[in-house]
Design a protein around this ligand. Structure first.
Ligand code: ADP
Ligand code: MG
Length: 254
């Protein structure tokens, strides 16, 4: 599904990713962990095509498309979807307006208002958000947790194939996190998709049944494993993980 090879990315001439490799197959759920400021969001934003991130070298392929040749809109049309660490407000454009236009773009036909409203209302009920969200400005005046749920409303409506969840748990209270996890798992079980999640929370990774856990350091993945690696990191921190003592585990995922 997604294959990143020898990717180097710079921001303001500072190299953040350096020979970064990652392969995610259909139905796999991968997590990337790493200290603050190491480049996790840079990976997410480079995959979606944020032009602030300069790709110096390397390749990103998604279902045989060369992503680096496509702008952000074309990548979204292929089914790549990013839930940002801090989703931004777009005042003056409501969820309903944006989603109806986006769905019409995606399907090539206008979506019936009755069906559209029914589906939106059902999703709001499941996410425990008020139906008034449907006609609110995108993320406008919403709390951090509400924004994450609002992004999930978009996800359910747009039905992406590759989902990137950047620090999913930030802003969510304990109960909301459970609701959001349940919703993501339900989506995963009912859709042909893969997920890349950034999180420091081993319990969250466990509840999402993450299949592969990686550690990012010095611009590349220095260790890969399963949920045991996340548990080890929670216990021992990132210091004990070095390139040499985990490189063999890393190789099998490249
Ligand atoms: P992480 O998500 O792992 O915490 P990021 O990928 O957001 O880290 O950032 C990696 C590095 O790039 C950090 O040092 C951060 O300050 C820097 N950075 C990110 N975005 C910008 C930007 N727009 N301008 C300047 N520096 C940036
Ligand atoms: Mg980040």
């Amino acid at each position: 599904m997604l294959k990143i090879e020898n990717l180097s990315v710079a921001i303001n001439n500072k190299k953040i990713l350096n020979d970064f490799n990652l392969k995610i197959n259909s139905k796999e759920i991968h997590a990337i962990m790493g200290p603050n400021g190491i480049g996790k969001s840079t990976i997410c934003k480079t995959i979606i095509g944020d032009s602030n991130y300069e790709v110096v070298s390397g390749k990103i392929n998604f279902n045989s498309h060369n992503l680096l040749k496509l702008d952000i809109t074309k990548r979204a049309r292929l089914g790549i979807f990013l839930v940002n660490q801090m989703p931004i407000e777009i005042p003056g454009v409501t969820n309903a307006e944006m989603l109806r236009v986006a769905l019409a773009e995606k399907t090539g036909e206008n979506v019936g208002l009755f069906e559209f409203n029914k589906k939106m209302e059902e999703i709001c009920e499941k996410l425990l958000i008020p139906k008034s969200f449907i006609h609110r400005g995108i993320n406008e005046g919403m709390s951090g947790g509400e924004r994450k749920k609002n992004e999930l409303l978009h996800l359910w409506m747009l039905e992406p194939k590759f989902i990137i969840l950047d620090e999913l748990d930030s802003g969510l209270d304990i109960d909301s996190l459970k609701v959001v996890c349940k919703s993501i798992l339900e989506y995963y079980k009912t859709h042909d998709c893969s997920i890349l999640i950034i999180s420091h929370n081993p319990e969250l990774l466990e509840s999402l049944n993450v299949s592969h856990v990686h550690v990012l350091k010095e611009g590349k993945l220095i260790a890969s494993g399963n949920l045991n690696l996340a548990a080890k990191l929670a216990k021992e921190g990132f210091k004990g993980i070095t390139k040499t003592n985990n490189i063999s585990e890393n190789k099998k995922d490249e």
